[in-house]
Design a binder for this molecule. Structure first.
Ligand code: HEM
Length: 307
């Protein structure tokens, strides 16, 4: 599916990166095959790993670039910022890192592992088999105060403005948000913004929501009582909640969307995008990549110094 291909948000990003960066750098091991093997085993027993990794990658790369900063444990690190408290998948990254450290210590960065593992999980979940460039270094910096991620109350215009600051167009934004074709959210994220307080109006439901879906949520899953806050709902329909599919984008494409800054209907551009070969969809996006001298690879992704 299309949407995730734009995960070039992290897969491209810099002319310094290259395809197959780790080739012949890890003794006799094929780094990408090692990552793939571990992700595959995990996916077989826990398919939601694809959603965990996609979200992890976004929360990683949107804050100071894809630099491994989200993985660091400790007081005041990115991981401790409120939007990151529900991020999952850290253990998978740690498991891959441990295996690679065993095979070739100090070679593969945690940020590259995030990118490779997400790519593999997306393919396993029915998404496109896209290629990624590697060669990132991990930054020795991780501050909760840097974490400024969009919230569930964001309007489309706010989301477009947010991604514009990362150098992306309205079109990119829609495609990126297509990542929500997998995974789940909590009622607390949608009760106020979508079901009972849309647009700041008490009792209002987002008119863009499918009325049947909205009424099902209101009646059964997210009734307007505090005790429903922790209940989970799929971000896409329940039958494809673990499948990286085209449905969300197709629905979006069917609507007469347009961005204030770009008058051409997004639907037309989405259709054009869908028809493009996968490789061309991976336009490098301007997300920072850390590759400077003085940046160290660490032995464990969650600690600065651990060997
Ligand atoms: C305006 C931008 C975005 C907003 C407001 C947003 C908001 C959210 C919210 C509120 C959740 C549910 C969290 C929870 O209840 O625990 C969520 C989940 C998720 N988000 Fe986003 N998100 C955005 C962009 C993205 C992007 C760019 C990606 C990936 C490319 C992404 C991937 C995911 C995934 C896969 C999940 C499901 C995670 C799971 O099931 O554990 N999101 N998002």
């Amino acid at each position: 599916m299309v949407a995730l291909a734009v995960l070039a948000l992290a897969t491209g990003g810099s002319a310094q990166l290259q395809y197959g960066f780790y080739k012949n750098k890890c003794n006799a091991s094929d780094v990408e095959a090692v990552v793939r093997g571990i992700v595959k085993a995990r996916f077989a027993r826990e398919a939601p790993i694809v959603a965990y990794l996609l979200r992890l990658q976004f929360h990683e790369c949107a804050v100071n670039g894809c630099d491994g900063g989200l993985l660091i444990d400790g007081p005041g690190t990115e991981k401790t910022a409120p939007p990151n408290l529900s991020v999952k998948g850290y253990d998978l990254i740690a498991a891959v890192k441990a295996e690679l450290e065993r095979r070739c210590p100090g070679v593969v960065s945690c940020s590259d592992i995030e990118i490779l593992a997400t790519r593999d999980a997306v393919a396993l979940a029915g998404g496109p088999a896209y290629t990624v460039r590697t060669g990132r270094r991990d930054r020795r910096q991780s501050r909760a105060s840097d974490v400024k991620l969009p919230g569930s109350e964001y309007t489309a215009a706010q989301a477009i403005a947010y991604y514009a600051k990362l150098g992306m167009t309205a079109y990119d934004t829609v495609v990126l948000l297509g990542a929500h074709t997998v995974g789940a959210t909590h009622c607390s994220s949608i009760k106020n913004s979508r079901l009972y307080g849309y647009g700041g109006k008490m009792g209002a439901t987002d008119p863009a929501m499918d009325p049947t879906l909205a009424s099902t949520y209101k009646k059964y899953v997210c009734p307007n009582v505090t005790s429903s806050n922790g209940n989970t709902v799929y971000l896409d329909d329940q039958w494809s909640a673990l499948k990286v599919d085209k449905q969300l984008l197709q629905k979006l494409a069917a609507r007469p969307w347009s961005s204030p800054r770009r008058p051409e209907p997004l639907s037309r551009r989405l259709h054009a995008w869908v028809r493009r070969p996968a490789r061309k969809q991976q336009r490098p996006l301007p997300v920072a990549v850390c590759k400077g001298a003085g940046e160290a690879q660490r032995g464990k992704c969650a600690h600065w110094h651990a060997g």
